[in-house]
Design a protein around this ligand. Structure first.
Ligand SMILES: [Zn+2]
Length: 64
């Protein structure tokens, strides 16, 4: 299954991953998201791993 997570505007960056289930998707999105955040959002407020996971879980979208 495909999962996507859109960065909040004005960023417009979209993270796409392939995963078997929600937990795997969250893990993969987190990995990619960290790289992106380092490059694009160096000033972003620091979040704990749990906060990031919750953020991803609440905002990611699953495509069939
Ligand atoms: Zn972004």
């Amino acid at each position: 299954m495909k999962y996507t997570l859109n960065c909040p505007p004005p960023c417009k960056y979209t993270i796409n991953v392939d995963a078997q289930n929600d937990d795997e998707a969250i893990r993969k999105i987190l990995e990619k998201g960290k790289e992106h955040a380092k490059e694009a959002h160096p000033d972003m407020a620091p979040m704990t791993e749990d906060q990031m996971k919750e953020m991803v879980r609440a905002n990611m979208k699953r495509a069939a």
